[in-house]
Design a protein around this ligand. Structure first.
Ligand SMILES: Cc1ncc(COP(=O)(O)O)c(C=O)c1O
Length: 489
């Protein structure tokens, strides 16, 4: 047999038997030693390499044990014939005729959807118009740090152990109280499930209520985060248009055969911003009860209204336990807190708890405790009051800037509530293109087309004003005006 080239290096610190083992294994895998080929005796190889027999015996033993070699008593040691061909294709051969890279096998449910913002676009540096961010510059950090530090200092060994999947009792009590008082939600603490945000809430709800391929109606346009979460849970999305009164329930009724659930944002439609009218709310509740359909209500930013009084939650109007209400602290406090909640109808509680437990057992307790204290001591209510006037000022700065710099290049869809304003672009202007041009100039908008499940009907932009100081927002509207003028020329 041809001599084997097994270079050994005594200065690397890698044991000699390991170097012999690795060298032989590599020779087998890259085809220098073929299946069935006889390899030198341990004595011959030891002599060749100028080492004692012991490390060679150890290396052979290991390769026999791993199945690369087989020993035939009395006739020597051979390369195994059972090594799959794929493993034996040498890099040289691969270089000569590159095989197409095999497509990694991934779940169809997790596949990328065209036009949607990439997951990393959420963690960009904070720039004007970024959607979904509250005023992080005005967050009462000192009060929050005190609550967190107190929790940390008071932790007992029990609190470091596994915790209640439903969440800390004190936080559930404080949230139930807040929802009853400010959102007219009908609930007690026993119905509150603490989860890591709205998307997680949807995944847990879907795991509890849906079978794979169940049809779920969504607002069109609607929240791409909900689309993602529902698709990932195996749901088939059925887009239903919205108009000035919110979800078009008559269309839902027409398309509604076999719809298991409806996802809605009735307090502040995402992304267009209208509030669902009372008659639509009643029609939706009535339809859901008649058709045994669940309503997934996402009440993500309803704390902030600038024009009229806040409208109560749809859940509070539901006498037949069809609504699963979800909320989040991502807008009212800050997204990195990753605390959201679900208000579960009592009849579904046990099943939701099982899905929640299967999802991620339970939430870290440190922030839950701090949050409970933050709510109990009135810091949360105080923060919301301050934020309402700060956001009003920011929204007004944005509207002034749009009027001054963008004039008839766009029209504002709705600006009564929430932390963003959606604007419609002129016919023929491509919103993805405008968003990309703005991105290159340090302004982060979201294209309205990313909110459609079906064909895009309208081109527009979502302009976040929560995270921008008035001066920066004004400046960003000037950049937007420049880009739009360039685009229509
Ligand atoms: C409609 C809607 N729901 C929920 C959320 C918040 O999700 P999470 O609680 O997962 O941070 C957002 C964030 O922008 C949103 O736009």
């Amino acid at each position: 047999m041809a001599t084997l080239h097994l270079p050994l290096d005594r200065n690397t610190g890698v044991p000699i038997f390991r170097q012999i083992h690795d060298g032989l294994r590599r020779a087998i895998l890259d085809g220098r030693l073929r299946p069935g080929q006889r390899i030198p005796s341990t004595r011959a190889l030891a002599t060749d390499l100028g080492v004692s027999r012991l490390p060679v015996l150890s290396a052979y033993d290991q390769l026999l044990h791993e199945g690369y070699l087989v020993g035939r008593t009395g006739s020597g040691t051979f390369v195994s014939r059972n090594i799959p061909d794929d493993l034996l294709r040498s890099p040289a051969v691969r270089r000569a005729a590159p095989a197409p890279a095999p497509r990694p096998r991934t779940s169809l449910r997790e596949r990328a959807v065209p036009n949607q913002p990439s997951p990393t676009s959420w963690s960009l540096p904070i720039v004007p118009f970024q959607v979904g961010l509250p005023a992080l510059d005005l967050f009462p950090h000192a009060a929050w740090a005190k609550s967190v530090a107190r929790q940390l200092r008071a932790e007992t060994p029990e609190q470091l152990a596994y915790s209640d999947p439903a969440g800390l009792r004190a936080l559930r009590v404080a949230i139930a109280e807040h929802l009853r008082a400010s959102r007219a939600v009908r609930c007690v603490a026993d119905q509150i499930l603490i989860v890591p945000g709205s998307q997680a809430a949807l995944r847990i709800a879907a795991a509890t209520l849906l079978e794979p391929n169940d049809r779920v109606a969504v607002e069109e346009p609607g929240y791409f985060g909900a689309h993602r979460a529902l698709r990932a849970a195996g749901a088939q999305l059925v887009p239903v248009p919205v108009d000035a009164e919110g979800l078009h329930v008559a269309t839902l009724q027409r398309r509604g055969a076999n719809i298991r659930a409806v996802y809605v944002t009735p307090s502040h439609q995402y992304p267009l911003g209208m509030t669902m009218s009372a008659s639509r709310r009643f029609a939706l509740l009535e339809w859901a009860a008649r058709n045994d359909t669940w309503i997934l209500e996402d009440d993500y930013d309803s704390e902030f209204r600038y024009v009229s009084r806040p409208v109560g939650a749809l859940q509070g109007m539901d006498a037949r336990d069809r609504v699963i209400y979800t909320g989040t602290f991502s807008k009212a406090l800050f997204p990195a807190v990753r605390v959201g909640y679900v208000v579960v109808p009592p009849t579904l509680w046990t099943r939701f708890m099982q899905s929640r437990f299967a999802f991620d057992l339970f939430m870290p307790t440190l922030y839950q405790g701090a949050l409970a204290e933050f709510l109990e001591e009135g810091h949360f209510a105080r923060h919301l009051r301050r934020m309402r006037s700060a956001y009003l000022e920011r929204r007004d700065a944005l509207l002034r800037g749009l009027a001054r710099h963008c004039g008839d290049l766009l029209s504002v869809s709705n600006s009564d509530a929430g932390l963003h304003v959606t604007v419609m672009l002129r016919d023929g202007v491509d919103d993805q293109d405008v968003a990309a041009r703005l991105g290159r100039r340090g302004v982060a908008t979201l294209a309205l087309s990313s909110s459609y499940v079906g064909p895009t009907r309208r081109q527009g932009l979502l302009l976040g004003f929560g995270c921008g100081e008035p001066r920066r927002l004004l400046e960003a509207t000037r950049v937007l005006g420049d880009v739009l003028t360039e685009t229509v020329r």
